[in-house]
Design a protein around this ligand. Structure first.
Ligand code: NAD
Length: 485
C-alpha cells in the first residue's frame, strides 16, 4: 500500500488541508507507513463548520422519510462492502479480522437503527389538555454537531454518532483519531454514494487544533466525544463552558467477578477473549478479575493454559487472535506497567515481554496474580493485554473492590446463582453489566455508557438517549374553538 496523503472531506469534496504538518499512519502489525494524515489547522475546521452550518439550513427541511431512505441505501452499501471495511480496520488498527468483522457489524447496526428515524423522531400529543386546547411535542435537529473519536474502533465509534445525528436532520463534522484515519474515507464516500447532500457529513483530520476549533465555535451546538479520561474531562469542561451539549464516553477499568459456583470452562474462555481480544484496547475489556479464594488456583490454572495457547500475529492471518498494540509508545508504556507491577509486589504469571517481536508493536498477554488496590496496575487504565487477578473472600468484597475504582464503565459476573446476580446488579457501579459473558457489547438500540470517570454528561450514546441528545423539542399548545352548528 502506498503512503497516501489524506485530505479532509468538506462540502462534498476531498480538500487539501491548510497544514504543512502530516503524521505517519502505521500498520501496527508491520510498522509500515500506510498513509500520512494532516494535522489540520483551525482554518480547516472553521471552513468545515461554516459549510456544515449552511448545509443545515436545507438538510433540516428534507422530509424525514427521504432522510430515512438515504440511511437505508447507506446500510445497503456498507453491508456490500463489509469485507473490505473489516480488512482496512485490521490494517490500520491491528485487531484480528474476525474482530474487525464484528466491529463493522456493530457499526452497520447503528445505521440500521438510525434508518428508523420516522418513528424515532415522532413527538407526542394530547388532543385535549383543556377545553378546545390541544398540545403537541415536536422534535427538531439542533444544528452542527462535532464528533471526536478514539483509535480503537475506527468504524463502530463514529457510527455511534453521525448516522443518528444526520438522520435526525443535523449536520456533522467528524474528527477521527489521527492513528486510524483510513476507514473514515469509506464511511464518507459510501454515505455520499447513498445520496447524502454536500456539507451534511464532513471529516477534518487532526488533533488539538481541530478539537479546540469544534469546542469553541458558537455554530457547533453539541459535542460527542469518545476517548481517554484526561482528554474527555478537558473536552467536557471546555465545551460546557462554551454552553454546548456534551456527551463524553471515557476510560475504563472493567472488573469481572468469578464466584465459586461459576462454570470455569466458560468463564476462562470468555475472560481470555475479553482481556486479550483487540490487544486489550477496548473500553469494555476485562482488566481485573476478582475471584473467590477457594477456586482461585483452579481458575488461574485454566486461565493460564488458555492464555498460553493464544495465537499472536498479523490480524489478517488465519487463526490469529492477538494482534499488536497501536503504536511503539503504547508498547513501551505496557512494558513499563509490567515492570511496575513486579516492583509493586504482584506475582507475574504470564509475561507478555517474552513474546515481543520486531515485526510490529507486539506484546504477549500478561497476567498478574495477587494484585492489590494500592498498585498502579489496578488503579490505571493500561489499555493493553494486561490482566490483574485479585483473590477475594466473597461477592461483597468483589463488589467493594470494583466500586473503589474511579472508573465504572462495564462489569461482569460469572455465577449460576440468581441471588448473586441480583446482588451484583443492585450494588455494582457500572453502566454496562454482563452476566456469564465477558463483554457486554454496545447495541445500537440500547443506551451505552459508563458511570463515574467513565462518562461525563447526561444522555448516553445509542438508543433513545441519542435521539434526545441530537434533538430539541417544541411543545405547541393550540386552541381550536369548537364550531357552532
Ligand atoms: P485519546 O483520548 O488519546 O484520543 C481521543 C480523541 O481525542 C482523538 O481523536 C485524539 O486526537 C483527541 N485528543 C487526544 N489528545 C487530545 C488533546 N490533548 N486535546 C484535544 N484532543 C485530543 O484516546 P485514544 O487513545 O484514541 O482511545 C483510547 C481511549 O478511549 C481509552 O481510554 C478508552 O477507554 C477510551 N474509549 C472509551 C469508550 C467508551 O465507550 N467509554 C469507547 C472507546 C474508547
Amino acid at each position: 500500500m502506498n503512503a497516501e496523503k489524506l485530505k479532509n472531506y468538506i462540502n462534498g469534496e476531498w480538500v487539501e488541508s491548510d497544514t504543512s504538518y502530516y503524521e505517519d499512519v502505521f500498520n501496527p502489525a508491520t510498522k509500515s507507513v500506510i498513509a500520512q494524515v494532516p494535522i489540520s489547522t483551525s482554518r480547516d475546521v472553521e471552513y468545515a463548520i461554516e459549510t456544515a452550518k449552511s448545509a443545515f439550513e436545507s438538510w433540516r427541511n428534507v422530509p424525514i422519510p427521504r432522510r430515512s431512505k438515504i440511511l437505508f441505501q447507506y446500510h445497503q452499501l456498507l453491508t456490500e462492502n463489509t469485507d473490505e471495511l473489516a480488512r482496512l480496520i485490521t490494517i490500520e488498527n491491528g485487531k484480528s479480522l474476525s474482530e474487525a468483522m464484528g466491529e463493522v457489524q456493530r457499526g452497520i447496526e447503528n445505521v440500521e437503527f438510525a434508518a428508523g428515524v420516522p418513528s424515532l423522531m415522532m413527538g407526542d400529543s394530547l388532543s385535549t389538555i383543556a377545553t378546545d386546547i390541544e398540545a403537541t411535542n415536536y422534535r427538531y435537529p439542533i444544528g452542527v454537531i462535532g464528533g471526536i473519536a478514539p483509535f480503537n474502533f475506527p468504524m463502530m465509534v463514529p457510527c455511534w454518532m453521525f448516522p443518528m445525528a444526520v438522520a435526525l436532520g443535523n449536520t456533522f463534522i467528524l474528527k477521527p483519531s489521527e492513528k486510524t484515519p483510513l476507514l473514515t474515507k469509506w464511511l464518507v464516500e459510501l454515505f455520499t454514494e447513498a445520496g447524502l447532500p454536500k456539507g451534511v457529513f464532513n471529516v477534518v483530520y487532526g488533533a488539538h487544533d481541530v478539537v479546540n476549533g469544534l469546542l469553541d465555535h458558537s455554530a457547533v451546538k453539541a459535542i460527542s466525544f469518545v476517548g481517554s479520561k484526561p482528554v474527555g474531562e478537558y473536552v467536557y469542561k471546555r465545551a460546557s463552558e462554551n454552553l454546548k451539549r456534551v456527551q463524553v464516553l471515557a476510560g475504563a477499568k472493567n472488573h469481572v467477578v468469578v464466584l465459586n459456583d461459576a462454570d470455569l470452562e466458560e468463564a476462562t474462555t470468555n475472560i481470555v477473549g475479553s482481556a486479550f481480544g483487540s490487544a486489550g484496547e477496548r473500553c469494555m475489556a476485562c482488566s481485573v478479575v476478582t475471584v473467590e479464594d477457594d477456586i482461585a488456583d483452579e481458575f488461574l490454572a485454566k486461565l493460564t493454559e488458555k492464555t498460553n495457547g493464544i495465537e499472536m500475529g498479523n490480524g489478517l492471518d488465519d487463526g490469529v487472535f492477538l494482534g499488536p498494540v497501536i503504536r511503539e509508545d503504547s508498547l513501551k508504556r505496557t512494558i513499563r506497567y509490567i515492570e511496575k507491577g513486579i516492583e509493586e509486589g504482584a506475582k507475574l504469571v504470564c509475561d507478555g515481554r517474552e513474546r515481543l517481536s520486531d515485526d510490529g508493536f507486539f506484546i504477549g498477554p500478561t497476567i498478574f496474580d495477587e494484585v492489590t488496590t494500592e498498585m498502579s496496575i489496578w488503579k490505571d487504565e493500561i489499555f493493553a493485554p494486561v490482566l490483574s487477578i485479585i483473590r477475594v473472600k466473597n461477592l461483597k468484597e468483589a463488589v467493594e473492590i470494583a466500586n473503589s475504582s474511579e472508573f465504572a464503565n462495564g462489569a461482569c459476573i460469572f455465577t449460576s446463582n440468581a441471588s448473586s446476580i441480583r446482588y451484583f446488579r443492585e450494588n455494582i457501579d457500572a453502566g454496562m453489566l454482563g452476566v456469564n459473558l465477558g463483554v457486554p457489547a454496545p447495541m445500537a438500540f440500547f443506551p451505552f455508557s459508563g458511570w463515574k470517570s467513565s462518562f461525563f454528561g447526561t444522555l448516553h450514546a445509542n438508543g433513545k438517549d441519542s435521539v434526545d441528545f441530537y434533538t430539541r423539542k417544541k411543545v405547541v399548545t393550540a386552541r381550536y374553538k369548537a364550531p357552532t352548528f
